[in-house]
Design a binder for this molecule. Sequence first.
Ligand code: AQP
Length: 332
Amino acid sequence: RPRALSGIQPTAGSFHLGNYLGAIRQYVALQETHDAFYMVVDLHAITVPQDPAELRANTRLAVAQLLASGLDPDRCTLFVQSHVPEHAQLGWVMNCLTGFGEASRMTQFKDKSAKQGADRATVGLFTYPILQVADILLYQAEAVPVGEDQRQHIELTRDLAERFNTRFGATFTVPAPHIVKEVAKIYDLQDPTSKMSKSASTPKGLVNLLDEPKTTAKKIRSAVTDTGTVISFDPVEKAGISNLLTIYATLTGRSIPELVKEYEGRMYGALKTDLAEIVVDFVTPFRERTQAYLDDPETLDSILAKGAEKARAVAAESLATAYDRIGLLPAK
Ligand code: AQP
């Protein structure tokens, strides 16, 4: 089976609908076809300030949500990034292969550091895409399921894998992003030209999976749409309605043309009311499943211990090869 690898940050507590539709659904699908490794990337989380107790709790919460989404520890390897020290170790090697100018071109850093104020941004935030390179290469992953916002980082990973292989001999698999076009970018409900994000300017645009279902329903019903009346899929002229149609189609497994036909002659309000119900029907059991995993910390810990053991076996081998190829003297 080909390998797949992806990671998700534990920073916000609840995952949002963008994370779920853009990335996590693909994690679940790929566990059927790939030897899949998924991790909660706590080392990436500390690129911005974190409260220690909150970070620990949010890491558990992230694992519980991944399990509630359908990740099955018997079909994939689920672990926490800091449990596998090889990530930081290969991360350093990759830092030493990356040009400063090359790292400076990462648009996510530009966006995130601009939001924080350039002086407050850490060097860790600047080099986080390079740690991500190590995350992927350690597992010799072929497929990396992510949303569109991560495409540039996967390009960097490909460049560095090729650079390492050219300089030191074939060592790393060159990965490809696994981006499902239709859901690669879910948009903010209040500003449907920006991606839905945990750092949204207003919480009204962000659907957190663990919000009270009532709050979620209200957010969907008050989603910003255009002044027209015809329900059709047109991401440029009708960004808001198109985003709602995408969410509707993905959660129900129906096609957008079929939905457009069904809503012919009906008002935007009807679509929003129906979608609010669909999202509530999805998040209600999701919240319950997440809580059930949180209520059983022993099971959760044992899943993570097994995951880390399996991940380390693969990661240690890649790191040892890389250290050897670059000429580090082995410890006797
Ligand atoms: N709006 C989105 N549409 C589709 N996919 C998305 N992803 C995030 N937002 C969307 C994908 O979710 C995965 C995990 O993302 P992350 O852990 O890197 O979280 P993030 O990118 O920090 O999440 P946010 O909400 O986007 O946070 P900020 O505020 O940092 O901008 C990734 O595969 C990502 O592509």
